[in-house]
Design a protein around this ligand. Structure first.
Ligand SMILES: [Zn+2]
Length: 292
């Protein structure tokens, strides 16, 4: 990591995402909840020489506390490949206040509970304060429906991202990465899946309107075929969030072995199986393997 660059180019997440954009591959943002998740992402990334992002929800800040974020940042930053630590879906302003004091490299600010003007003010206030901390900011414009483990389910009306408003939003807030709403949902998808519900023409227009300086982030990947992830990458998605997909094997292993083996074996073997799920995506789908 170059430390001589000026903010935001000095930021670890910024470097990881822009290197992926320039290199024509995607970087995985892996949502994790426990130590095994942190270690699995690092193990997979080091084994296949891929950059990666470890993501938490605000739930982790409250349940395990800022000390656990510090631990994750320490082990991630000591890895032999570039790995950053990111906070996903910061819905509440008080969570953003706390997150700015934690060891995050980047924060996703989600103003989807607010109206448009309030959302811009919320995002901008975090962007302005993050600069002094060297933290970069991802924001959602529009509103995706659904929910995932650790997040409240958003049951307000979906708002698709308007391409022209997206460019204006980036300008007004100064946000570094943009998560658009173009028919993607936080799983599960309604019948027909992403194939039916994604508006790729809208995504294309958003990509053109915001330009390469503001890379796009894909949310709503559960479930999603490898092919649709690649379609999204072809339409400008550089960071691809992943949650449950990569740890199905881990859950199955824990379920089958929790009462049978020692906890040390359960954790060691659990991390190994978890990391295989992460690695498969890095190699087969994101094409980020070998890029670090
Ligand atoms: Zn999301």
């Amino acid at each position: 990591m170059s430390s001589s660059a000026e903010y935001p180019a000095s930021n670890r997440t910024w470097q990881i995402i822009h290197n992926a954009r320039k290199g024509g591959y995607a970087v995985g943002g892996f949502c994790v909840y426990n130590t095994e998740g942190v270690l699995a992402v690092i193990k997979a990334a080091e084994r296949c020489r891929s950059p990666a992002m470890i993501q938490f929800f605000p739930w982790t800040m409250h349940f395990q506390g800022p000390e656990f974020i510090r631990y994750a940042a320490d082990v991630a930053h000591k890895a032999s490949v570039p790995i950053s630590v990111h906070l996903d879906h910061c819905l509440k302003p008080e969570d953003a206040d706390q997150a700015l004091e934690c060891a995050f490299d980047s924060i996703m600010v989600d103003g989807s509970l607010f109206d448009e003007a309030e959302s811009i003010a919320y995002v901008k206030s975090v962007v302005d304060r993050a600069k002094a901390k060297g933290i970069t900011i991802e924001a959602e414009l529009g509103r995706m429906e659904g929910g995932e483990d650790g997040l409240p389910t958003i049951d307000l009306e979906t708002v698709w991202t308007d391409p022209e408003k997206a460019a204006q939003f980036v300008k007004e807030t100064g946000v570094h990465f943009l998560a658009p709403s173009f028919g993607n949902v936080h799983g599960p998808y309604p019948p027909g899946g992403a194939e039916k519900h994604w508006q790729l023409d809208r995504l294309e227009k958003i990509h053109k309107a915001v330009g390469d300086e503001t890379p796009l982030v894909l949310h709503g990947t559960h479930p999603l075929s490898d092919k649709m992830v690649q379609v999204a990458m072809d339409h400008g998605m550089v960071k691809v969030n992943q949650n449950r997909n990569v740890r199905n094997g881990y859950h199955q292993y824990v379920e089958e072995n929790a009462a049978k083996v020692e906890l040390t074996t359960l954790q060691t073997q659990g991390v190994e199986i978890y990391s295989q799920g992460v690695e498969r995506l890095m190699v087969e789908v994101f094409k980020s393997a070998g890029k670090a």
